[in-house]
Design a protein around this ligand. Structure first.
Ligand code: KIV
Ligand code: ZN
Length: 513
């Protein structure tokens, strides 16, 4: 039997630290459920001590997930570690991931601690965490830019204290594959008790090498855990992307000689869900999950693939879930089929009333669009708010006029705290008029940072338009998403959805430590 490569997903923690990617508790839970279905080994659910919202999110995920280990990040201090342990208490299998910076730059400028103090703090924190849970991961932050002699002393000490996983972050994405791989190999060779822990990679993508560096950490360095995120989401330029790591190790098993436990058929659904929730579109030429990843445009390639698929394909689209989520529901689908599909997609509904309301919205969409795809259901769940919990604003209706040579005009009806509001305005275009109309009532003081329109599901004009609006106010950034066959309506929904998030208590605030 080949050795196993542990897949540690940090979409809900490092991924959420991408500006604009913050998620509500419910959204995090939906992603966690799908990660469990994807069979990731460890789900880093958040950073429990960073806010009450994140504490609750970690706790909810720890209660709901059974088949993956649930992990919380914690700085190397007793308070953070205690909060992490409390949030993880309901978990079937729990891990505390504690970290402290070890590079000279971070210790001196950021922590204002001496190396000896950092060494002592690392030791005490791991000892403290090990008294609370049996599974403790330690990360020397900015590890790759740390002095290897000092790092060896820290790592030896934390293994003595019972750390079960040692993660070596390339926090700023400075590594190149060979050197990062050798860095880990060198540490493993020099730390006397290195065989008592599993070694792990955590690579950022600032130079576009996060995946290559992680794989070198595995192949050259002997790491047996990779930290990664769906769609490569993460701080700044992101983290190593889970789908690329998994498919590289599987497709080139001849080279890596390792097994991964991932159910790859869930990769595309997971990518879509994360993209829908965060509003971060996946670029068409993104490996594995981009719309073009398995599309052949040139005549020579098409001809080759038709004659023998492996002439131009090294993986099968269906193995990563491309065909798994094609059309499933339509106008004639019943309530049971609808409920079952939502279940399969990890979309939770709270009681029969919520199901009935969602089903009514589904029927309304099915009247206007003949085929309903999984992406439509995700959009229905997210943008149109099946999980309406904290909603202050709700879209009701819209009419707009635009004619060549005339200034467009929009009339919007929406509910504000249950009260119907009617607003109208002119604008440069129908979307501008719609947003101005809403703002004439709401006066949110928010600034629009991004407005994007994508077609979801089939690439025909019949498909739904999905609009993302990114708003900022008082240092907070949120993404609102709305979907509708009419893109002006989708824009109104996205704008109201973003306003809801701006005021929601459910939203994380600044997750960065
Ligand atoms: O990039 C980093 O160093 C981190 C640590 C907290 C593991 O995210
Ligand atoms: Zn990171």
């Amino acid at each position: 039997m080949a050795e196993k490569l542990i897949i540690f997903d940090t979409t809900l923690r490092d991924g959420e630290q991408s500006p604009g990617a913050s998620m509500t508790r419910d959204e995090k839970l939906r992603i966690a459920r799908l990660l469990e279905k994807l069979r990731v080994d460890v789900i880093e659910a958040g950073f429990a001590a960073s806010s009450n919202g994140d504490f609750e999110a970690v706790r909810m995920i720890a209660s709901a997930v059974r088949d993956s280990t649930v992990c919380s990040l914690a700085r190397a201090n007793d308070r953070d570690i205690t909060r992490a342990a409390e949030a993880l208490a309901p978990a079937q299998s729990a891990r505390i991931h504690t970290f402290i910076a070890t590079s000279a730059l971070h210790m001196e400028k950021k922590l204002r601690m001496t190396p000896e103090q950092v060494l002592e703090q690392s030791r005490l924190s791991v000892r403290f965490a090990r008294n609370l849970v049996g599974d403790v991961e330690f990360s020397p932050e900015d590890g790759y830019r740390s002095d290897p002699d000092f790092l060896c002393r820290v790592l030896e000490a934390v293994i003595e204290e019972g750390a079960t996983t040692l993660n070596i972050p390339d926090t700023v994405g400075y590594g190149v594959p060979e050197l990062y791989g050798e860095f880990i190999r060198n540490l493993r060779e020099r730390v006397p008790n290195s065989d008592k822990a599993i070694w792990s990679t955590h690579c950022h993508n600032d130079l576009g090498m996060a995946v290559a560096n992680s794989l070198a950490g595995v192949r050259i360095g002997g790491a047996r855990q990779v930290e990664c995120t769906i769609n490569g989401l993460g701080e700044r330029a992101g983290n190593a992307s889970l789908e690329e790591i998994v498919m590289a190790v599987k497709t080139r098993r001849d080279y890596f000689g390792l097994d991964v436990g991932i159910d790859t058929s869930q990769i595309v659904p997971a990518s879509r869900l994360v993209s829908n929730i965060t509003g971060f579109a996946v670029q068409p030429n993104k490996a594995i999950v981009g719309a073009n990843a398995f599309a052949h445009a040139s005549g020579i390639h098409q001809d080759g693939v038709l004659k023998a698929r492996d002439t131009y394909e090294i993986m099968r689209a269906e193995d990563v879930g491309w065909s798994a989520n094609r059309i499933v529901l339509g106008k004639l689908s019943g309530r049971n089929a609808f409920r079952q599909r939502l279940d399969e997609l990890g979309i939770a509904l709270d009681g029969e009333t919520a199901l009935n309301e969602a089903f009514a919205r589904f029927k309304d969409l099915a009247d206007r669009k003949s085929e309903i795809f999984d992406e439509d259901l995700h959009a229905l769940a997210g943008g149109d708010g099946i999980e309406v919990g904290d909603e202050l604003y709700r879209f009701i209706s819209l009419s707009q006029n635009s004619e060549t040579g005339e200034r467009p005009h929009a009339r919007v009806v929406f509910a504000q705290s249950g009260q119907e509001q009617k607003a109208e305005s002119q604008g440069n275009g129908p979307v501008d008029a719609t947003v101005k109309a809403i703002e004439s009532v709401v006066n949110s003081g928010a600034e629009l940072l991004l407005f994007s329109v994508n077609s979801i599901s089939s690439g025909t004009t019949e498909s739904q338009g999905e609009v993302t609006m990114r708003l900022t106010r008082a240092g907070r950034i949120v993404n609102g998403v709305g979907a509708d066959p009419d893109i002006v309506v989708a824009s109104a929904k996205a704008y109201l959805n973003a306003l809801n998030k701006l005021q929601s208590r459910n939203e994380r605030v600044n997750p960065q430590p």
